[in-house]
Write a protein that binds this ligand. Structure first.
Ligand code: FES
Length: 109
């Protein structure tokens, strides 16, 4: 069975990418060369927290590190959120890697 595909729009970066319903929004962004703020990548630290402008998400874990009020107000955790529709996120800290940057090996710091 193949999984469904949606789109993820990142603002204010202005990029739209294809996302797989089985992959977290952060994983799909990384595959497309877009870096989102992150630390734990398991829904607890809230470093990736940003606003869902449009669309719906699901969570891989029972209770991601958001309060009910934060969820109601549109905050999401893209490290553990998967798309349930086409999605638009407002994440001013998102950055797109250039092709040259992707080829540059790490210097360890
Ligand atoms: S990276 Fe820690 S909650 Fe998303």
């Amino acid at each position: 069975m193949t999984s469904r595909r949606f789109t993820l729009r990142l603002e204010p970066l202005g990029r739209t990418i294809d996302v797989d319903e089985d992959a977290s929004l952060m994983e799909s962004a990384a595959r497309a060369g877009i870096r989102l703020p992150a630390s734990c990548r398991n829904g607890t630290c809230r470093a990736c927290m940003c606003r869902l402008v449009a669309g719906e998400v699901r969570y891989r874990i029972e209770w991601p590190g958001l309060t009910a009020e934060e969820k109601r107000d549109g905050w999401v955790l893209p490290c553990v959120a998967t798309p349930a529709s086409d999605v638009t996120l407002d994440q001013p800290a998102a950055t797109a890697e250039t092709p040259a940057a992707r080829r540059t090996p790490s210097r360890g710091f």
